[in-house]
Ligand binder design. Structure first.
Ligand code: G6Q
Length: 543
């Protein structure tokens, strides 16, 4: 494979030199020197308006970053993804989440099969099932209407549906409660079930492999809970459905194939919220809402596929990440949605960014020798302002922020919204422009307090806004970040679609489980041995 190491690109050296020239410039100076930068560095994509002007960049920075992307082969790699090539090289498969949102009637042939009709067949089955549950036509074993949906899954089979359900609560059927159980800690399942009636509860067991320890332990306990109350194994067919690629394991669990919704090995877990893994979302918001959701993804895909790189929003945001990580040395990135319903969005992005690009070898297996994914984290505004924003404004580390907001509120408490949005704009302004010591002193602040009350500013942020949080704008936002991650993965020459880094811990845990329950000799390191002994002496015998 011909691979361009980013550090060997001509543009990389040019960016290093450019960094020396511009890194000390303050955003105040950049705005003073170029009053039209707010307009010129604001872009539109799939219903989103994205302002990059509060970044420590000039037009030359953008040109050099775009050149770097070109030298690293971004357009060709992007087109290969859209064609369904096996770009996930370590697992030998395509990464084809873009096919999940192609409109009916389009075609995408992979191997010798057109995957689009397959995608729509599953969507139609999901729609039929979701409609029956919503209308009460799908009944529980005792004839009760389904009122509670419990999604059992973890990682990519949980974070997406859980985030989207919270995000779209105002679009969801209020007569249905949807809960998410992921943790193998029994407290998660116990708390989710303790006030539910099995007769009106439907479990959606979401697992691509249907072998994941946490999900299978939770699903089996859920099955026991149900059978303990309903006493008849036939009840499983009315109260359990599966979303998986593993029909044999689903059947073995006791779920009939007609109650299984499939997807494909070319859908990665963290890229699967728009596949059948989104079944809970479809039941909550209805099939039409789910199609709107998919249309938002597709609109952003089209933008990413066709917009010129220097106006391509996912490309630009991805490259800004490269600029701060590799040239400013930033190791952290904050995502702060000013929308309560997006409160799980930072957790969702953590997996998307850190599992995709938290790698230290390139596609050829060589050590990269440069930084890759930053730590991604965040909390909704305005809550974050009353906790960690202190560090963002006056701390010693530079943390670029993504601010996300909407012009219209979702709740009927409309008068709250101006307070929310005023804070959103104020934070970006304060971070960028700060308040100098002279300005502080001029306000009559005692000299001893001036350093404490000075804000250096020059702290970069992106502002992303859409008219309203809808299924469509949410779909577009998720796709935007998927392509940001892709862009960064291409520049860093890494495979954004595998996750080998999660395997070792799982393997060791499998070995430790019987050791906790037994009394035999241990052959770990002295620290691990001591912990196992400590736990053995104290563990609950009921376990
Ligand atoms: C995501 C990862 C991972 C996966 C979970 C659940 O990209 O692959 O988070 O989604 O481990 O896997 P299953 O769906 O197979 O249970």
């Amino acid at each position: 494979m011909a691979l361009r190491k980013p550090t060997e690109a001509r543009a990389w050296a040019a960016l290093a030199e450019h960094y020396r020239q511009v890194s000390a410039l303050h955003l105040r100076d950049l705005f003073a020197a170029d009053p039209s930068r707010a307009k010129d560095l604001t872009f539109e994509a799939a219903g989103w308006r994205v302002d990059c002007s509060k970044h420590r960049i000039t037009r030359e920075t953008v040109a050099l970053l775009v050149e770097l992307a070109e030298e690293c082969g971004l357009p060709a790699r992007r087109d290969a993804m859209f064609r369904g090539e096996r770009i996930n090289v370590t697992e030998g498969r395509p990464a084809l989440h873009i096919a999940l949102r192609l409109p009916r009637g389009r075609s995408l042939v992979v191997g010798d099969e057109d995957v689009v009709p397959q995608v729509h067949r599953v969507l139609d089955r999901m729609a039929d099932f979701a409609t029956r549950v919503r209308l009460g036509a799908w009944k529980g074993h005792t004839g009760d209407r389904i009122r509670n949906i419990v999604n059992v899954g973890i990682g990519g089979s949980d974070l997406g549906p859980a985030m989207v359900y919270e995000a779209l609560r105002f679009y969801a059927d209020p007569n249905l409660q949807v809960r998410f159980v992921s943790n193998v800690d029994g407290s998660d399942l116990a708390l989710a079930l303790r006030d539910l009636d099995p007769a009106s509860t439907l479990f959606i067991v979401c697992s691509k492999t249907f072998t994941t320890l946490e999900t299978m332990v939770n699903a089996r306990s859920a099955r026991e809970w149900l059978l303990a109350k309903l006493k008849d194994p036939r009840a499983i067919q009315r109260h359990f459905v599966a979303v998986s690629t593993n029909e044999a394991a689903v059947r073995e669990f006791g779920i009939a194939p007609e109650n299984m919704f499939g997807f494909w090995d070319w859908v990665g877990g963290r890229y699967s919220v728009d596949s059948a893994i989104g079944l809970s979302t479809m039941i909550a918001i209805g099939p039409d809402g789910f199609r709107e959701f998919l249309s938002g993804f597709h609109a952003m895909d089209e933008h990413f596929r066709s917009a010129p790189l220097h106006r391509n929003v996912p490309v630009l945001l991805g490259l800004l990440g490269v600029w701060y990580v590799n040239f400013f040395g930033c190791q952290s990135w904050a995502v702060v949605p000013y929308d309560h319903c997006l409160r799980r969005f930072p957790a969702y992005l953590q997996q998307l960014f850190m599992e995709s690009n938290g790698k230290s070898v390139n596609l050829l297996g060589e050590s990269v020798g440069y930084a890759t994914s930053p730590v991604v984290w965040g909390e909704p505004g305005t809550n974050g302002q009353h906790s960690f924003f202190q560090l963002l404004h006056q701390g010693t580390v530079l943390v670029p922020c993504d601010f996300i907001g909407f012009c219209e509120p979702q709740s009927s408490l409309e008068h709250h919204h101006d307070f929310l949005i005023a804070n959103l704009f104020a934070q970006a302004e304060a971070l960028a422009f700060g308040r100098s010591a002279e300005e502080v002193a001029a306000r009559g602040v005692p000299a001893g307090l001036v350093p404490h009350r000075t804000f250096p500013g020059n702290r970069p942020s992106t502002m992303l806004m859409a008219p309203r949080l809808t299924p469509r704008t949410l779909g577009a936002l998720i796709a935007l970040y998927e392509h940001v991650v892709f862009t960064q993965g291409v520049v860093w020459s890494i495979n954004s679609f595998d996750q080998w880094g999660v395997e070792l811990g799982k393997e060791l845990a499998d070995r430790i489980v019987p050791e906790l329950r037994g009394s035999g000799a241990l052959a770990h390191d002295p620290s691990t041995n001591a912990w196992i002994e400590y736990y053995r002496a104290r563990r609950s015998r009921k376990a």
